[in-house]
Write a protein of this length. Structure first.
Length: 361
């Protein structure tokens, strides 16, 4: 029988207690400017809460630095029964030293099967990411992992170690990584592909790499790794602004065609210098996805002609199991070719008509 989740959203309510004798606990004191001092007080209470199995703690936007995270880490390492940890530390003042303390604490939590760390908009850099890599290395008990490090000045050095560590988490079923707005290039994407190719039990995968520069080779190597994740059912791939061009687009689409279990696909290829050939090949491969039911495709701000989009929609109408389709493409809104516009609307209507018929059946 599951234990009730106890929730707090006021720091004073928590501090009024010497300890929290709960099994499942959710605390959200984000955007409260509690700083290191407030984090120390909160950590004192958590340190004595040794019964915790599930902890969700949102401390985003709180001016917390390395000292505050050290206090929190000391508390977490006492929670040795933790099975699920959701720690939101986005938009604080944390650097690599703070992450080292957190990683050491997580090493004590041997039973973690679910780990969610949001470190967006801090200053952890490559060294901080490598400390995180060390704590997830060979975590065979991990089934679900989420790591978000948007805008943390991460380069190939940090990403290589982290993606290698992922390859040792052999029982992962759910993985989400957000490396948006860092400095990941082709080598980083290659290492990510290698890491993912070892995670054969993955069912749900969410990769966000927008505003990096993986290029054609990086996209191709990433696709090659993804092709080994044969049990994937849900895939979200954000490659916005990565200069992958036609060849990278084609290679990713070709690789994903091997995923016979794939049912839900979100693919963001905005701002990637894709032309008619790239989108044509994309459609040619997508139509052969055997189990695809739900497709969300974003291809804005490329060099794709209206005719290329029409061909894409025509190809997608041949997806045998597609029942939900969403296309984000801006060109028809800007141009005045009435014939093409109506052809587009007709094809789009035709595709959605087919989809509705499938739903009824």
């Amino acid at each position: 029988m599951s234990q009730k989740v106890v929730c707090y959203d006021q720091l004073d309510d928590i501090l009024s207690q010497s300890q929290l004798n709960h099994v499942n606990l959710k605390i959200d004191v984000s955007n409260n400017a509690i700083g290191d001092e407030g984090t120390e007080k909160l950590s004192f209470v958590l340190k004595n809460s040794t019964n915790l199995e599930t902890l969700s703690l949102n401390l985003g936007v709180n001016n917390i630095g390395n000292d505050g995270l050290k206090f929190l880490s000391n508390a977490i390492e006492n929670c040795i029964n933790l099975k699920s940890l959701n720690l939101q530390l986005y938009s604080n003042l944390i650097s690599a030293q703070g992450i080292l303390n957190l990683a050491n604490a997580l090493d004590r939590c041997k039973d973690l099967s679910i780990l969610n760390l949001n470190l967006d908009k801090n200053q952890i850099g490559d060294n901080g990411l490598l400390y995180l890599a060390s704590t997830i290395q060979n975590r065979f008990e991990l089934a679900s992992l989420t790591i978000q490090v948007l805008k943390n000045s991460i380069t190939e050095k940090g990403s290589q170690g982290f993606f290698t560590a992922i390859s040792t988490c052999l029982n992962l079923k759910n993985l989400e990584i957000n490396f948006n707005k860092n400095q990941i290039e082709a080598i980083g994407a290659y290492n990510l592909g290698i890491g993912l190719s070892k995670c054969l039990n993955l069912i749900n995968l969410n990769i966000k790499l927008y505003s990096n520069n993986i290029g054609v080779k990086g996209a191709s190597d990433l696709g090659s790794g993804l092709s080994q994740c044969i049990n994937l059912r849900d895939l979200t791939l954000y490659l916005f602004q990565n200069n992958i061009k036609d060849q990278g687009t084609s290679n990713i689409a070709s690789s994903l065609a091997n995923l016979n279990q794939l049912q839900n696909l979100v693919l963001n290829l905005d701002v990637n210098k894709i032309h008619k050939n790239g989108v044509s090949n994309l459609g040619s491969f997508l139509k052969n996805y055997k189990s695809l039911q739900n497709l969300e495709l974003q291809i804005n701000v490329n060099n794709i002609s209206n005719r290329g989009i029409l061909n894409l929609i025509n190809q997608l109408s041949k997806c045998q199991k597609l029942i939900i389709f969403d296309l984000s493409f801006e060109y028809f809104k800007k141009q005045k070719n009435i014939n093409l516009y109506f052809e587009y609307k007709l094809l789009f209507f035709y595709l959605n008509f087919i989809i509705q018929q499938r739903k009824r059946n």
